[in-house]
Design a binder for this molecule. Structure first.
Ligand code: FES
Length: 159
């Protein structure tokens, strides 16, 4: 008989007390498990975690976990009802999706010359400025912190 016991940071498989497997030290999502006579094989898919903070301090920070790779920060905001304007629809042709990447920029697709041009046109650009629609998450175990500029200062649409 197999029992699967897990907490957010640990998983253990046991087969009649004979097989144990543990030591997963970060958030994960199991998506495949098979039993082959004497061995249990498990493959784990880790997921990114994005913490959103807001320049408008009346909005509480939001942490989104279980974010897959290959989607943009803008898409994460859209899927989680976080207000971030995006007038051009996410094609790097405006600067309304401007965000500040506070941590984890190494997990994002590199900034392009075109994106830099539009970042320069954003309100209050800083060194950590990016366009949310161009920040594609590259790694599934990414941990990223994003500050959303005060959207009341930006003329644009949310959805
Ligand atoms: S939505 Fe226009 S550049 Fe991102």
């Amino acid at each position: 008989m197999i029992s699967i016991e897990h907490t957010p940071r640990k998983v253990r498989f046991e087969q009649a007390g004979a097989i144990q497997k543990s030591a997963i030290e970060k958030p994960f999502r199991p998506y495949h498990c098979c039993l082959d006579k004497f061995y249990i094989c498990a493959i784990f898919e880790t997921m990114a975690t994005i913490k959103f903070t807001f320049e408008d301090k009346s909005i509480a920070p939001v942490t989104v976990s279980d974010v897959p790779a290959d989607i943009s920060i803008l898409e994460v905001t859209e899927e989680n009802d976080i207000h971030l304007n995006h007038n051009c629809g996410g094609v790097c042709a405006c600067s309304t999706c401007h965000v500040y990447i506070k941590k984890g920029d190494e997990y994002l697709e590199e900034i392009s010359d075109k994106e830099e041009d539009f970042v320069d046109r954003a309100i209050n650009p800083k060194l950590e400025s990016r366009l949310g629609c161009q920040c594609v998450i590259l790694e599934e175990d990414a941990v990223i912190e994003v500050e959303i500029p005060d959207q009341r200062r930006i003329i644009g649409h949310e959805h």
